[in-house]
Structure formats: C-alpha cells, structure tokens
Ligand binder design. Structure first.
Ligand code: UDP
Ligand code: MN
Length: 237
C-alpha cells in the first residue's frame, strides 16, 4: 500500500482526549490523508470507541514489544516504555509516509504539505535548538529503521533530544500548536492556573472548543460535517 497518514499515540484515557483533538483539527482543515491512532491495551473501551468515531484506523500496540531482549531491557527502564511505543510508528508499513503528531498538538490549518518533506523532518526543540522536538515529525515506515531506532534507544536512552539532525522548520511551528510540558489543556484547572501565559490560555481555549465540537458519526471518507463552524481567528502572541 502506498497511502499516507497522520499518526498519533495515546496510552491513557487522558491522552485519548488529546488524540481526539488532533483528529478533529486535522479533519476541520480538510486533510486528504488517513488519520491513525496507536493505542495500548489499558485504554478503556469507551475511549477506544470514541477514537474509532473520529480516526480512520485505531491500531492496538503493546507498550512492551514482543522481542525478549526488549522486555528485559524495559524491566529496568520503565521510562522508555512510551518512547518505544512512539517508535512503533515505523512499523506501520501499510503506509509509505507518515506524519507523527503528539497527542498534545492542535492543528491550526491544513498541513498536508508536510508530506512533501522527507524522513526525517522535524522542528527544533525550543529549549535545545540543536535537537529536534519529537512532537511533530515526518517518517517513512520501515521495519529496518524500526529495529535500528530501538537498538539506539536501548543503548543511549531517551529517543527525544539525542539526535542532531538537519531540521526544516519554517511553516511547521506556525501551524501546529504543541502543548509540550507537564501541563496539558486537559490537566486540572488548578494545574493550568500556574503561570500559563495569555497566549497559552488562548490556545487552550481553542483546544477545548475543538474537543467539545460535534463530529459526524463514523462514515466512509469521514468528511467534516456541514455545520462545522469556521475556526475562530487565533490571536498571535
Ligand atoms: N504519551 C502517551 N501517554 C503518556 C505519555 C505520553 O500516550 O502517558 C504520548 C502522547 O502521544 C504524547 C507523546 O507520547 O503526546 C509525548 O508525550 P508528551 O506530549 O506528554 O511529552 P512533551 O511533548 O510534553 O515532552
Ligand atoms: Mn508533546
């Protein structure tokens, strides 16, 4: 198969809320690509059903990969579980190219042009400009690359921020909001009250609007419903 897809990941019900917004915001802006979410078995059935109504494909993945050496390594390295799960997107070889989006991102306009970029394109990390931020990146699924990345992660630890890469940024940052850090839009309001900037609050408001917006039930092709309102103008910081 040679299709292309946006891919996100949710290993908890909270991150499923985020994944829902990723899919809705992509559909709102009329993507022509597939929209796929990887989930782990601990995600509740209710959350999975909700995801099925907005994603083209809900793919069950295991936090622990089937390879024994990985099990052993993970026993001593629980923090690598999510990292390995993210790397799982390289196994989606039914797609020729994917754009991975963290579940804490919000798409502000059509970003299908990202598929014109090649593996591996990403934006620099705001705190570590010579590293890339793995919240948004373009990849070509390949089992060979998958194995290589897992070996690398096992030897060197965190996947995030360990690679120096040629980065292509220009439009990426202006068109996708990434709520990186421990406080997410779906975090409790007491957490969010702590020092959020005005711009962050405005984007969080937009996130909630998208989360609470109505979507049509699952239909082939999943076109956005007619009564979707035009998104409001986002005030720039
Ligand atoms: N993630 C997840 N469950 C977790 C933590 C992370 O599914 O408990 C996924 C989710 O897609 C998330 C991504 O891994 O967006 C990276 O984590 P996060 O966005 O919290 O990291 P940050 O961008 O804040 O560094
Ligand atoms: Mn993130």
């Amino acid at each position: 198969m040679s299709g292309e897809a946006f891919v996100t990941l949710a290993t908890t019900d909270s991150y499923c809320m985020g994944a829902t917004v990723v899919a809705r915001s992509l559909r709102r802006h009329g993507t022509t690509r597939g929209i796929v979410v990887m989930v782990t078995p601990n995600v509740s059935q209710q959350s999975r059903l909700a995801l099925e109504s907005v994603f083209d494909e809900v793919i069950m993945v295991d936090v622990m990969d089937s390879e024994d050496r990985l099990h052993l390594a993970l026993l001593g390295r629980p923090e690598l579980g999510i990292t390995f799960t993210k790397i799982h997107c390289w196994t989606l070889t039914q797609y020729s190219k994917c754009v991975f989006l963290d579940a804490d991102t919000l798409v502000l306009c059509n970003v299908d042009e990202l598929f014109e970029r090649d593996e591996l394109s990403a934006a620099p990390d705001p705190g570590w400009p010579d590293c890339f931020n793995s919240g948004v990146f373009v990849l070509r699924p390949s089992l060979h690359t998958h194995t290589g990345l897992m070996d690398h992660a096992l030897q060197h630890g965190s996947f995030d921020g360990n690679a120096r890469l040629h980065v292509q940024t220009d439009k990426l940052e202006a068109t996708i909001v990434h709520f990186l850090g421990p406080v997410k839009p779906w975090s409790s309001s007491s957490q969010r009250d702590d020092g959020s900037s005005h711009a962050t609050e405005q984007f969080a408001t937009l996130w909630w609007k998208e989360y609470l917006s109505h979507t049509t039930p699952s239909t082939p092709g999943k076109q956005p419903s007619q009564d979707w309102k035009k998104p409001q103008q986002v005030p720039r910081p």
